[in-house]
Design a binder for this molecule. Structure first.
Ligand SMILES: C[S@@+](CC[C@H](N)C(=O)[O-])C[C@H]1O[C@@H](n2cnc3c(N)ncnc32)[C@H](O)[C@@H]1O
Length: 203
């Protein structure tokens, strides 16, 4: 009743994601999360990634309420209040503030949004990240144009039936867009349930 929303997948994937984040995030500074959803990841990661600060965001006002409710529940000192950021826009709310970010994290968004949102995300990473800054993506990906598991094909078909602009993205295409935005693929990690962690470094 306090506004906290729950997405069951976050309980399953938060520990493996945290393990990778702790390996790849810069040792200090601000981490901007795009598409924070319910805010459960933000509330779980924040205490583990201190002294870094976690800045959640989502364009959906009801989800921003949930993120704020999780923040209120745990009273985390290194969890910022949620920002209203639509990744597809050419300028983000954080660019009006005096906040420097060292890394950008995006979990389970680019396949549940039009391709233009992925393009906007990567363009934003190019605008905001310093040299050496990290862009971290998590989700299902095709590789070499092919699905890596039958479950990802089924999921892709389901997504496209919901919205013809959605769908599991091809890692090669994402890497090519990133490269043209000064983001070099650094590493990929196989994750549970046929997902990938994909780590880029800003040049
Ligand atoms: C499947 S949810 C994932 C949420 C969260 N990252 C998680 O893993 O639980 C997809 C999220 O993408 C957000 N989203 C959709 N379009 C977006 C956009 N253009 N810019 C930023 N976020 C967007 C939605 O509001 C939603 O929170």
């Amino acid at each position: 009743m306090d506004g906290r929303q729950y997405a069951p997948a976050t309980q399953r994937n938060r520990e493996p994601i945290l393990e990778i984040l702790l390996r790849v995030l810069p040792p200090e500074g601000n981490i901007l999360e795009i598409a924070s959803g319910t805010g459960e990841h933000a509330a779980f990661f924040a205490p583990h990634i201190a002294p870094r600060c976690w800045i959640p965001s989502d364009p959906d006002p009801q989800l921003r309420e949930s993120i704020a409710a999780w923040q209120n529940y745990f009273q985390l000192t290194n969890l910022h209040s949620p920002l209203d950021i639509d990744a597809a826009e050419s300028r983000w709310a954080i660019e009006d503030k005096e906040i420097k970010i060292q890394a950008l994290v995006n979990i389970n968004m680019i396949h549940i949004a039009p391709w233009s949102t992925c393009l906007g995300l990567i363009a934003g990473a190019n605008r905001l990240l310093p040299s050496g800054g990290i862009l971290y993506l998590y989700g299902p990906f095709k590789q070499g144009g092919k699905h890596t598991a039958p479950s990802n094909l089924t999921f892709d078909q389901f997504l496209r039936s919901q919205n013809s602009q959605w769908g599991v993205r091809d890692l090669d295409e994402v890497v090519a867009v990133a490269k043209s935005n000064n983001l070099e693929l650094q590493e990929t990690f196989a994750m549970p349930a046929n997902n990938l962690s994909v780590v880029f470094q800003h040049q």
